[in-house]
Design a protein around this ligand. Structure first.
Ligand code: DC
Length: 222
């Protein structure tokens, strides 16, 4: 059985960067499943598919060919042979990803693809439904969280670095809206798996959180 690590948590908990660092230290791949939902959301925006039209979004998702590759240790996400990685991190795409992630048909397609990717490869996967849906038999399950204010503060600083014009209050409001949407959707809302270890990173440094997770993995995979 490959070493599979599941990491879930709300937006802005630092999952992606922490998952990257943990996977690098363990020498395994990191699959950012959010990038896959983002790629579906972006493709809907680009092709003029109404995000509220479940049937049309699901049909598009079934029709596209999505693949993931790794380059210089980083994930590249492809749709129909085009590398879409560069366009995935805007606020519009964040909201679109959250919207398409509500649909059962979309989730089934994404989950099947993710399970296929992890079946034969040591992998750390991060997302919202990994511990209880995608990898129910994962060796280690982590639910990474932090207070909404701390998460908004980190996200605000990140956006500012990129020259974003949003205020802290706007970022906090967007984050609360996405939290609500992700935690209250009908299909597989975000939650910690029953056997997940909850890691709250409020007040911890990046290095402390990474070290804590590595220690958990070492303990569980003994
Ligand atoms: O982790 P992220 O912010 O890049 O994820 C973007 C959106 O995709 C998020 O609002 C919820 C959705 N998502 C999901 O529903 N299930 C996953 N496994 C990963 C992401």
């Amino acid at each position: 059985m490959p070493l599979n690590i599941a990491m879930d948590g709300p937006v802005g908990a630092g999952k992606s960067t922490i998952a990257d660092a943990v996977a690098r230290e363990l020498g395994i791949l990191h699959l950012d499943t959010g990038a896959m939902y983002r790629a579906v959301g972006l493709t809907c925006l680009e092709r003029g598919v109404d995000l509220q039209d479940e049937e049309a979004v699901t049909a598009l998702c079934a029709e596209i060919d999505m693949t993931v590759t790794y380059q210089d240790g980083g994930q590249r996400t492809w749709v129909d042979g085009v590398d879409v990685t560069g366009g995935l991190r805007t606020e519009a795409v964040s909201m679109a990803a959250s919207a398409v992630g509500r649909y059962l048909g979309v989730r089934r397609i994404m989950v099947a693809l993710q399970q296929k990717l992890a079946a034969s490869t040591d992998m750390l996967m991060d997302g919202r439904d990994i511990g209880f849906r995608v990898l129910p038999n994962a060796t280690v399950k982590i639910y990474l969280t932090a207070s909404a204010e701390e998460r908004a503060r980190r996200r605000y600083l990140q956006l500012q670095e990129k020259g974003g014009a949003d205020t802290y209050e706007q970022v906090l409001e967007d984050l609360r809206q996405r939290d609500y949407q992700d935690m209250n959707r009908e299909v597989d809302p975000l939650r910690a798996a029953d056997d997940a270890v909850v890691v709250d990173s409020t007040g911890s440094t990046f290095e402390e959180t990474v070290a804590r997770i590595i220690a958990l993995v070492e303990e569980k995979s003994k």
